[in-house]
Design a protein around this ligand. Structure first.
Ligand SMILES: Nc1ncnc2c1ncn2[C@@H]1O[C@H](COP(=O)(O)OP(=O)(O)OP(=O)(O)O)[C@@H](O)[C@H]1O
Length: 340
């Protein structure tokens, strides 16, 4: 019977690295529970502590404070042999796939089974079954260099599943892949979770990945958990500053100040409608602008005329808008207040 206990429980988890420049606290007082069968996301900006967190979950990094419980067993209390067994219950995949270049696909998938001393025939059968699940049964003899990024990640997934893990830890598993391949790998992870009942932990810096497959998410910021909850709830109403930044973008984090800041005249020369130009600019830059003045005519969906907009006071925001106008080759010039 499946336990009602979480599969992973982190209690007051901390990790400090000693470096020549002094100690670095990568994780501080992390408290989290991951339930059996869920797809749990951990998101944060670069350097927030995501990779350290996932490496502490499987004890690739030994925490310097607090405890990691796997199915209610504290990993710090386990003997080496039992820890090895727990590790076999945790598969892991990485951004860079980490396949063995000298081994073909089948041999890569068999590798963890060799370590677990599974008889060769049995290991090959299991590896072939897994290659079928990840859609690569016809590439068993290929070498990693002959595969695309998406195929490599499929092999890595098959390899991670070889020892029949209960949980699959995915550290930026789609960050090196193009959007379509990302989608197909996320769908595969979703399938594996559903059909095999494997709990999946997804570490990412991309909100779209969380949105695509996760049930719950923890947002990590500067070594701390900023907030945790159902994806739908966090997406609709992020409570932490970092949550609002990740989900809504920087611009919504505070009301922008305009004061007497720079004004830009945009000319519409009939190439496009002014509404999409403005809407796309605001969406893309995540920067609101004030419309000071407009003399435009919409002629059969194309805009003629000009508009003066005021940029927010923040210089980074200003530069974002100006860069956008330049990149999109939208005619514009800076104007002074009294010109209008
Ligand atoms: N082995 C290590 N020795 C020293 N410092 C480390 C080590 N590993 C991580 N750190 C530091 O710990 C902090 C968290 O790093 P971590 O790699 O966990 O963040 P991350 O959120 O995964 O970032 P990224 O997405 O850029 O990999 C960073 O300041 C990093 O420099």
């Amino acid at each position: 019977m499946e336990s009602a206990e979480p599969i992973i429980r982190l209690e007051g988890l901390g990790k400090e690295f000693n470096t020549s420049n002094g100690p670095i606290r990568a994780l501080d007082d992390i408290n989290l529970s991951i339930e059996h069968g869920e797809i749990f996301g951990i998101i944060g900006l670069s350097g927030a502590g995501k990779s350290t967190l996932v490496r502490c979950i499987n004890y690739l990094e030994v925490p310097t404070a607090g405890k990691v419980y796997f199915e209610n067993k504290s990993l710090s209390s386990l003997k080496d042999k039992d820890l090895r067994q727990v590790r076999q219950s945790m598969g892991m995949i990485f951004q860079q796939f980490n396949l063995l270049a000298q081994r073909n696909v089948l041999q890569n998938v068999c590798f963890p089974l060799e370590i677990a001393k599974t008889p060769k025939k049995e290991a090959e059968k299991r590896a072939k079954d897994l290659l079928k699940i990840v859609g690569l049964e016809d590439r068993a003899k290929a070498y990693p260099s002959q595969l695309s990024g998406g195929q490599k990640q499929r092999v890595a997934i098959a390899r991670a599943l070889a020892t029949n893990p209960k949980i699959l830890l995915c550290d930026e598993a789609t960050s090196a892949l193009d959007p379509n391949t990302t989608k197909s790998i996320l769908n595969l992870l979703k399938d594996i979770n559903k059909t095999m009942g494997v709990t999946v932990v997804v570490i990412t810096h991309e909100m779209a990945v969380i949105e695509a497959i996760c049930d719950r998410v923890a947002i990590i910021d500067q070594s701390h958990i900023a907030e945790v909850g159902n994806v739908a709830e966090i997406f609709s109403e992020p409570k932490s500053k970092i949550g609002r930044q990740l989900i809504l973008g920087n611009a919504t984090d505070k009301a922008p100040l305009f004061g007497k800041s720079r004004q830009i005249r945009i000319s519409f020369d009939g190439r496009s409608s002014f509404e999409p130009v403005l809407a796309n600019m605001i969406l893309s830059c995540k920067v609101p602008v004030n419309i000071i003045h407009a003399e435009t005519k919409d002629i059969k969906g194309t805009a003629m005329g000009q508009m003066v907009i005021q940029l927010p006071e923040d210089e980074t925001d200003q530069n974002r808008v100006l860069k956008y106008l330049e990149t999109k080759k939208i005619p514009h010039e800076e104007v002074q207040d009294d010109v209008i």
